[in-house]
Ligand binder design. Structure first.
Ligand code: SF4
Length: 87
């Protein structure tokens, strides 16, 4: 399911909620009302980068896109990462 949390327009406010940059509405991070709308645009995250491999059940995988391989979280924001390659 696509969630607000994974959208480029989502602005994180705290550990429970954020705001939509388009509508300015307050949005929950998860739960029944966290489903994205039709304006959803996938945000750059390690989890949707070609260089992110072998994630475990917690979403912790290996980044192979930078000089040295290292562990990474799938949910980590990657908009400023020089190694990011969209899947
Ligand atoms: S999915 Fe829609 S409502 Fe949610 S953050 Fe993105 S644009 Fe805003």
């Amino acid at each position: 399911m696509m969630r607000h949390y994974d959208c480029k327009n989502y602005i994180n406010l705290d550990c429970e909620k954020g705001m939509c940059a388009l509508s300015k509405n307050s949005l929950p991070i998860d739960g029944d009302t966290s489903k994205a709308c039709s304006s959803f645009r996938q945000a750059e995250k390690c989890g949707n980068c070609k260089k992110f491999i072998n994630p475990d059940k917690y979403g912790i995988g290996t980044c192979t896109g930078l000089e040295k391989e290292n562990w990474a979280y799938a949910t980590c924001g990657a908009f400023a990462c020089p190694g990011y390659k969209a899947v």
